[in-house]
Ligand binder design. Structure first.
Ligand SMILES: Nc1nc2c(ncn2[C@@H]2O[C@@H]3COP(=O)(O)O[C@H]4[C@@H](O)[C@H](n5cnc6c(=O)[nH]c(N)nc65)O[C@@H]4COP(=O)(O)O[C@H]3[C@H]2O)c(=O)[nH]1
Length: 625
């Protein structure tokens, strides 16, 4: 007989040593076992119930997640600014369309869903759409169209779109859906075109800029090399444009620049005109144009720009200088052509502006040399290559009353470089501010140490008036050196007053109020010397040495000197005659009652040690010896 192991154990536990079964004990054991078994079953039932509940919740959560994901995807598809559609692969019937799709097709989705292209679009369009759909279904390869002009929809035919259609198969691999996206890229393409335009055009004049010019020049070179033709490169620079900005301010300057650019384009006969910098332009002339035609066009440009510019009731006059280099004679690559056109421009400007110059051999050397000099000039101050020379000024009876300070540059290789060569370079680069301060400080320092309190005159450049703080510099230098302001004279040319007239005039007034004397230099060589005499009470007038030089040779010079002297006398302004070299010139000036003279007859510009006796050093020594 087989018996459950539990019952056998319970009988064993209820049987005594004599083999007698204690029925009451057995009943108790069995009933305890049943109770435990009931408890186990109940626990198992509860666990199963909990598990079922947990499974149900997990399932529900999964369903919710799925539906949320679907909603999320739906909302993305619905709101994406790209048209999205899905069609039945069998008959191209639309089964999904998002909001951008409605906009693209210009109809609500209700008008499209469940319908085929033939039921929606005009016949010709429906045919194209169907053909595309069939191609994708038959080949199984996606269709991609980029930048094609929109043929369906309400936005008009000026829209440009990228579109893509692809096939989705069912689990068995049979074609099920066609999914398509259509992106309107019109704005992007317009923006890209605008950015590309900006990158190649100058913002102010809308002319091609330097990079566009370089690209065009490269193309021209390629063409000319292949076809063995020639062409001309013109380098143009507006003269005195800085004055327009100084006088009228930048907004008016900008308008004037636009007006000048328009004139250039109008006159350039369709040539390629580019603005490559502040007031610099370049022109590429048509291929194989004759030299005389290039010249006559350049001259027409100079004439057109030279006419008065009128913008918003502002009148101004600027000029134009032109340098020309011709391919292949003046250069076979871009760098050589540009450098040579620039050299020719430099010559045109140097010859008096408003001119046209063709490149000639040797001009490049001139420009290169100038650049080298400019480079060296930057180090001249720190290398102590400058020195102030002094030239005496005397009354007509020979009594020395003062000196003019004249700057000298002792270049380590070239020797003495004339100030007429390096001062314009220093002005162009702005170095004149530092150099001018140095000359003033050095002159005042020296003059303050002279035993005789003679006058000392220093040249000031127009650039020092326009930039930097000249008044403060002079003030500080006078304090530093201890020179009495009344012993200092500043010489200015009319260039100082041509720029910002009011600013320069105010500055001169303040300097004069300090006790400094103001002299008008190079009188008679400018355009408006007379009108400037009216606007400021100069302490001295210096007649330019060109008039003195020609005193004996040309009667006109004598007349001019006479006229200047009588005018100055009438205004009670003393006159200094510059460049007096001969006794005859001195005698003439004395007869005409000129007050002061300066020139080789009295003494050349020299280091002050050479004039030690004039400044009182020897005299003093002798006295105390
Ligand atoms: N043939 C001849 N020439 C005479 C005679 N007497 C004087 N000279 C020269 O005439 C020039 C007079 O100076 P400037 O008209 O102010 O003309 C000056 C002035 O405009 C400028 N310059 C010189 N030093 C300075 C300076 O420190 N600062 C500035 N801004 N300009 C300066 O450079 C110009 C030329 O200076 P330099 O070569 O020193 O030339 C000086 C002087 O050497 C003479 O009897 N015969």
């Amino acid at each position: 007989m087989t018996m459950h192991r539990l019952l056998a154990r319970q009988i064993r536990q209820s049987t005594d040593e004599a083999g007698q079964v204690d029925m009451a004990r057995l009943a108790e054991l069995v009933s305890t076992a049943y109770e435990e078994s009931d408890g186990d079953r109940r626990r198992t039932d509860r666990a199963i119930k909990l598990m079922i509940e947990e499974l149900e919740q997990t399932h529900k959560r999964a369903e919710q997640d799925l539906s949320r994901a679907r909603e999320f995807l739906d909302s993305i598809i619905e709101n994406i600014p790209i048209a999205v559609f899905a069609k039945d692969a069998k008959d191209s019937r639309y089964i999904l369309l998002n909001r951008a799709g409605e906009e693209y097709y210009g109809m609500p989705r209700e008008a499209m869903l469940g319908r085929t292209p033939q039921q929606i679009f005009p016949e010709d369009i429906a045919r194209v759409v169907n053909e595309q759909d069939r191609r994708v279904v038959d080949s199984g390869t996606p269709m991609l169209l980029e930048g094609h002009v929109l043929e369906v929809g309400v936005k008009g035919h000026d829209r440009v779109v990228n579109s893509r259609k692809l096939l989705v198969r069912d689990n068995g691999g049979a074609p099920q859906y066609l999914v398509g996206v259509i992106e309107d890229v019109t704005e992007r393409i317009t923006n890209e075109a605008r950015i590309s335009h900006l990158a190649h055009h100058d913002a102010l004049t809308d002319l091609p800029n330097r990079s566009a010019f370089n690209a065009e020049l490269d193309q021209r070179l390629g063409r000319a090399q292949e076809a063995s033709t020639s062409f001309a490169v013109l380098s143009l620079d507006l003269d005195r444009f800085k004055d327009v900005n100084d006088v009228f301010g930048h907004p008016v300057g900008d308008m004037m620049m636009r007006a000048a650019a328009e004139r250039l384009v109008a006159e350039a006969d369709g040539a390629f005109v580019a603005r490559i910098g502040g007031d610099e332009f370049m022109i590429l002339m048509p291929d194989d144009i004759r030299r005389e035609d290039v010249l006559s066009l350049a001259e027409r440009l100079v004439e057109a720009i030279g006419k008065e510019l009128e913008v918003d009731d502002y009148l101004s006059q600027v000029g134009l200088s032109v340098g020309i280099a011709v391919y292949p004679g003046d250069g076979v690559d871009a760098a050589a052509l540009l450098a040579n056109a620039d050299s020719a421009l430099y010559r045109a400007k140097r010859e008096g502006r408003g001119r046209v110059c063709f490149f000639e051999t040797g001009m490049d050397r001139e420009l290169r040399d100038r650049r080298l000099l400019q480079h060296d000039l930057r180090h001249a101050l720190e290398q102590s290559e400058f020195q102030v020379y002094f030239q005496p000024q005397a009354r007509m009876d020979g009594e020395i009353i003062g000196f003019e300070a004249l700057l000298r540059w002792n270049h380590p290789v070239r020797g003495f470089v004339p100030p007429d060569q390096f001062i314009p370079l220093a002005e162009e680069s702005g170095l004149i501010i530092e150099i001018g301060d140095w000359v003033l400080r050095e002159t005042c320092r020296q003059a303050a140490s002279w035993p005789r309190p003679l006058q000392v005159a220093v040249n000031l450049s127009p650039v020092q008036f326009q930039t930097g703080d000249l008044e403060r510099s002079i003030h500080q230098i006078l304090l530093e050196t201890g020179l009495a302001p009344t012993r200092l004279e500043v010489e200015i040319t009319e260039g100082v007053l041509i720029g910002d007239f009011t600013r320069a005039l105010n500055l001169l007034r303040r300097l004069k109020a300090l006790g400094i004397h103001i002299a008008m230099d190079d009188f008679g060589t400018g355009y408006s010397s007379l009108s400037y005499l009216q606007s400021f009470p100069f302490d001295k007038i210096k007649i330019d040495r060109s008039f003195i030089l020609n005193l004996e040779a040309t009667p006109q010079s004598a007349e001019i000197v006479r006229a200047v002297l009588s005018l100055a006398h009438a205004l009670h302004i003393p006159v200094v005659a510059e460049g007096v070299e001969t006794e005859a010139q001195r005698a003439f000036l004395q007869r005409e009652a000129c007050e002061v003279m300066q020139g080789y007859l009295i003494g050349r510009p020299e280091p002050i040690e050479r004039y030690a006796d004039l400044i009182g050093i020897n005299v003093e020594r002798r006295r105390y010896a």
